[in-house]
Structure formats: C-alpha cells, structure tokens
Design a protein. Sequence first.
Length: 274
Amino acid sequence: MNGKVYLVGAGPGDPELLTVKALRLLRTAEVVLHDDLVTSEILNLVSAAAEVKNVGKRCGSRSMRQEEINFLMVARAASGLRVVRLKSGDPLIFGRAGEEMEALRRASVEYEIVPGVTSALGAAAAAGIPLTHRQASSSLVLKAGHRAAGNDDEDWKDLAASRSTFVLYMPGHDYLAISRKLKAAGVEAETPCAIISRATTREQQLHVTTVSDLPRAPKLPAPTLLIVGEVVRFADRGLSDGPRSLHGSHSGLEATFAQSVGLIESLRREEPLA
C-alpha cells in the first residue's frame, strides 16, 4: 500500500506561524525531508520516531540534487510511509514544488499541498512594512535574487514603470550590482529599501536604506530578503531587533495546538463548545 507525500510550508522561521495542519503533520509524519532554511525550533516539533533528513540547497552549495529528493519522496511513499516534504516559506513560491509535484504524478504517488506563510509576508509583517498602501503602491512583485543576473532587464523596467513594491528573495550581498540594476531600470535613487535578515526569528535584523545607499548596506546573516518601494517609509524601526511576543515554549505551542484542534473538531461536529 502506497503512502502519501505532503508538501508543507514551514513559514519564515517562527514556529507559531505554522498552520495547525502543518503542525499536526509534523507530529504524525514518519519521514520528514526538510529544506536547509527550516529552523531548529520547527524541526524540534517533529515526532522523535520520524526519519528526518536535510535535503536543502543553500547559497549555491547543493547538498542533494533535485532528482535525488524526488527519488526519496517517491521511494518512501512507495514503502507505505507518510512523508512530509518541509519547505521554508510557502511550497509554491520559489520552492521547486512544481518539479516535485510532476515527479510524484509520474510515479502515481498521492500528494497534498499545505500552504505556509511565504517569506515576503513574514518579513514585511515582522518589520512593520505594508506591502501595499493606498498612497504608495497598489501592486506587488516577487522575484528570486539568484535569477536577477539573467536577461531580465525588461522585467526590471516594467517594475520601475508600475511603481510596484518589489521584493527580492535571496538577494545575496552584491548590493552594488542590485543598486545599479534598479537605477538602470528607472527606479529613483532615493527610493527606500529594507533588508530583513532572519525574519520572525530571535536573530531578526532590519536595515533601512535607499537605492543609492544600498551598496553601503551591512552584510546581514542569511537568509535575507530585500524590499524596495515607497512602502518602506512606513517601516517600524522599533522592530529591528526582533519581533515582539513571539517564540513561546514548545509546551505552550503544543497546548495552543491542542486547543485549536479541539475547536476545529467541535465545529466539524457542530457541537457547542464547553
């Protein structure tokens, strides 16, 4: 009997941003294949009986080829196991979920996608930046930094013309090149931008600057995310040293999880709550 694969979003780092469904699956999974960027606090929620394997790729250094990851998912599911493929952020945004879904379909393996809070939303919330604002921007563009050096000049020009909020995932530290590319595309030099490092975690850092001063920005620890646009002017500078009132104990998180599950089950049964 075949098992099943769950493509699960782990969110940007804070375990309290996991969905109730993601937490339930982590507690019941028999195999967890996780990205390198998934935090230890989240991995600590995995059942002690599960097989846990880091299959992530980070900073261009590949610990495992995508074909090997696909093989592991298919092989474990074919053995009748419940497999969680745990991805940082949301599985469907820069997470290669499309390739993995194709591999699972070819192997006739049942799968399910469990959304997560993508890094752009988590980082913006943690920094107090509205990604859209009636007076500043009505559209949002997400782009992967490791693709920014390609032949995408027209994309960047369209960005400048639309005055969208621009979020660059995995920007790296070559801020001089990014600054030049933005200005060449027509983005004004004084446009504000923010670098958020390790968003939603205890190690979160926020640096607010402008496109012209971006080359002098500090090289904050990865993972980082760059937000460019007038909305950055609304950033809450008081959140630069990490989010407030987050990161309760694992026991507290489990208690919240149990309460949430009880509520959901009560609603499903249409029974009155005690």
